[in-house]
Design a protein around this ligand. Structure first.
Ligand SMILES: [Mn+2]
Length: 412
């Protein structure tokens, strides 16, 4: 029974800076600068520990621009380490790699194969009955549907497609090498190792179509665990494909809802609980987070008046929990209690003005004067009296309805 493992990763963006960490502390800075390299080292370790036969990298190994040649040195060194462990590496280049002038000249050990930029290519690993199909980006802006140009599967083999693509579109990702899920399914492969989209996504498990996501989150929009897919194959079938977190800094957005808090102590507790939960999920990693204090509360005025003090307290609570928390931004987004909350729309503001008039004595007086005028012109009768009383009591409600209706029609 032929069984083996491989690991699928993408979007390494080695040496890409982690953004939004401008005002970080010095200790945290040291942990952060190396994050993308450490995450890649974690990938190398995973491949060795799990005795993987090969590693798949589905593009964007580096940014469009390197800071210097040491990025290439680092990558070449880790490829050699994989060679020493008997592990092959198969790569398709992505839009960032294509843009990078150094990537073309990169010398790599002979366990590494970068698939052709000119046409789709198939590599056969006969000892494992594996066929790997792929095509590198020749330039950044690939608008062609690459998937449809990929070769037919090799009969009796476990067929893998390596592809850097936005598939049928993913928010926040340029629509490069677009294709539909049907295009991928119809190709008849067993496993599509996709790259480009930074969020892990198991698009399908029959056949396997997987975005591994990036190895290390780079900013606060890339929250949660980041890593690679560890795949076990037996008799040309996937028996397991699991996402293994490999990141060293975890990004998180914490919403602290203070609606249920009746005093500032309760707010502090809420903040502490939220931080403890995030630290727990980060599982020993550094934690870079954005905190948003929200909810309707009677404490709103007090919180807004002492915003700076609250921010400092939150930092102190974090420091008391761990030295691995870095809070990038604290957003105070609370509201007054709901019953007192005002509707900010024009219609809402007019309703508020009408409500105010209802309690305004001078308005009542002028209304009475106007109605007295009308009364003189009406024949004296019980019906006319009732009519005026009705007008008097309904005038404000009618005015409110009329103004709301006028506003609604004006908007159309
Ligand atoms: Mn990309």
């Amino acid at each position: 029974m032929a069984a083996f493992r491989f690991v699928h990763a993408a979007d390494l963006h080695i040496d890409s800076p982690l953004l939004g960490l401008a005002s970080r502390s010095e200790e945290f800075a040291a942990r952060i600068d190396d994050a993308s390299r450490q995450a890649f080292d974690n990938l190398v370790s995973l491949a060795k520990e799990e005795e993987c036969r090969f590693v798949l990298l589905s593009g964007d190994l580096v940014d469009g621009q390197w800071r210097d040649f040491r990025t290439g040195l680092f990558f070449a060194d880790r490829m050699r380490r994989l060679k020493d462990a008997g592990i092959s590496v198969f790569i398709v280049l992505g839009n960032h790699d294509a843009e990078n002038p150094f990537m073309r000249r990169l010398e790599l050990a002979d366990n590494v194969r970068v698939l052709s930029r000119r046409e789709p290519e198939t590599l056969r690993l006969d000892d494992l009955t594996v066929a790997i199909h792929g095509r590198s980006f020749p330039q950044r802006d690939v608008t062609e549907n690459f998937a449809r140009t990929y070769p037919a599967p090799v009969a009796g083999y476990f067929n893998i497609g390596l592809l850097h693509t936005a598939c049928d579109g993913r928010e926040g990702h340029a629509l490069y090498a677009p294709c539909t899920i049907e295009d991928l399914v119809n190709r008849g492969y067993d496993y599509w190792a996709l790259g480009h989209v930074h969020a892990y996504e198991m698009v399908s498990s029959d056949p396997y179509i997987v975005f591994s996501g990036n190895l290390q989150g780079r900013h606060v929009r890339e929250v949660g665990p980041k890593g690679a897919i560890l795949v076990t194959v037996e008799d040309n079938r996937v028996v397991e494909a699991v996402h293994r977190p490999l990141d060293v800094i975890r990004w998180s957005v914490e919403n602290v809802d203070i609606s249920a808090c009746t005093d500032v102590d309760a707010v502090r507790n809420q903040v502490r609980e939220s931080l403890l939960r995030a630290v727990n999920l980060a599982d020993g990693r550094g934690l870079a987070l954005q905190m948003r204090v929200c909810g309707s509360s009677a404490l709103h005025d007090e919180i807004v008046a002492h915003e700076v003090a609250l921010s400092e307290e939150i930092q102190t609570i974090a420091a008391a929990i761990s030295d691995g928390i870095w809070i990038g931004e604290i957003e105070i987004d609370t509201a007054p209690p709901r019953e007192a909350a005002t509707d900010p729309t024009i219609a809402g503001r007019i309703r508020a003005i009408v409500e105010e008039l209802r309690n305004e004595p001078s308005f009542a007086e002028s209304l009475d004067r106007a109605l007295a005028d009308v009364r003189q012109k009406l024949p004296a009768s019980a019906q006319a009296g009732d009519f005026l009383v009705k007008i008097r009591s309904e005038a404000l409600a009618r005015a409110a309805r009329l103004s709301a209706a006028l506003i609604a029609s004006a908007k159309e």
